[in-house]
Design a protein around this ligand. Structure first.
Ligand SMILES: [Ca+2]
Length: 192
């Protein structure tokens, strides 16, 4: 014996239409809490060993250096990490997971003097000449949210670290970079 469930449906008249009154209703509310950097094409100024840029937006917040989930540049005067969001977004904030959260007193300086820049076109040089979204001067702890002073519209997000006299030759190490914002839609096509 089997039991078959047959949902009961009632019909109501709305104007000239007869429609079911038990239609499931879904309300999609965009909260801006979707990580728009996840899995998008990532690059960095240089790569130390096999600590590729894509490790910083692979969705894994593991912060141990040997976890295989952190990016790492070579030691440079100025270095950067970038993600192509593959579309135009109004970017509101960036969440960064630093290396080795249990000993950030030491590794915090890896993320000192960093700037988040946003570009609408792919940057053509290594210069930090985008629109500044946020700046973080002091050494960062285990992780931090960098809130843009005002939302910045763009497709490419690049995080720079400049050399500082207070620390050794800089490098950029990210165990995760999450970007939060809203898609920017434009009207066009046949409806102009
Ligand atoms: Ca990661």
């Amino acid at each position: 014996m089997s039991i078959e469930y047959i949902p009961q449906m009632f019909w109501v008249q709305i104007g000239d239409l007869e429609v079911p009154d038990k239609m499931p209703t879904f309300i999609l509310k965009y909260t801006g809490k979707i990580n728009i950097a996840l899995g998008k094409p990532a690059s960095q100024s240089t790569t130390w060993r096999n600590f590729s840029a894509s490790r910083a937006n692979n969705g894994n917040r593991a912060s141990h250096f040997s976890s295989g989930s952190c990016s790492h540049t070579e030691h440079e005067t100025t270095n950067w990490w970038q993600v192509d969001l593959q579309g135009m977004y109004s970017i509101a904030s960036v969440f960064i997971v630093n290396r080795d959260t249990q000993i950030t007193g030491y590794y915090g300086y890896f993320l000192q003097d960093i700037e988040v820049h946003v570009f609408q076109e792919a940057p053509s040089s290594g210069l930090p000449n985008g629109t500044v979204c946020a700046t973080h001067i002091p050494a960062m702890g285990a992780n931090a949210t960098l809130q843009c002073e005002a939302p910045v519209i763009g497709r490419y997000l690049r995080i720079y670290r400049r050399s500082s006299e207070t620390v050794e030759t800089p490098k950029l190490v990210f165990c995760e970079v999450e970007v939060y914002g809203r898609p920017v839609t434009t009207c066009g096509g046949m409806w102009g």
